[in-house]
Design a protein around this ligand. Structure first.
Ligand SMILES: [Zn+2]
Length: 78
């Protein structure tokens, strides 16, 4: 299952539901673009089933301290 996530230059990761007003407007203006520049950040689109996307989660849906966060899952396995 693939999910669309937006990753900023500052390392923020957000799903389509949780992007801010600026990025939401940018996506609506250019729905097919894989990157967007907003007044706050540059954003790139990632798909979670692709290389490098497996460890990405929306930081609103899955906080850093959640056991479901990939970082904590990896720690539990190791
Ligand atoms: Zn989210």
């Amino acid at each position: 299952m693939s999910k669309r996530l937006w990753v900023s230059d500052n390392g923020d990761v957000l799903c389509q539901d949780h992007v801010g007003t600026y990025l939401k407007a940018a996506i609506e203006a250019k729905p097919k673009a894989i990157s967007h520049r907003t007044p706050l950040d540059n954003w790139g689109l990632y798909f979670t089933h692709l290389l490098g996307g497996a460890d990405l989660v929306c930081e609103v849906c899955t906080p850093w301290n959640s056991p479901d966060h990939p970082y904590n899952k990896n720690k539990a396995v190791a």
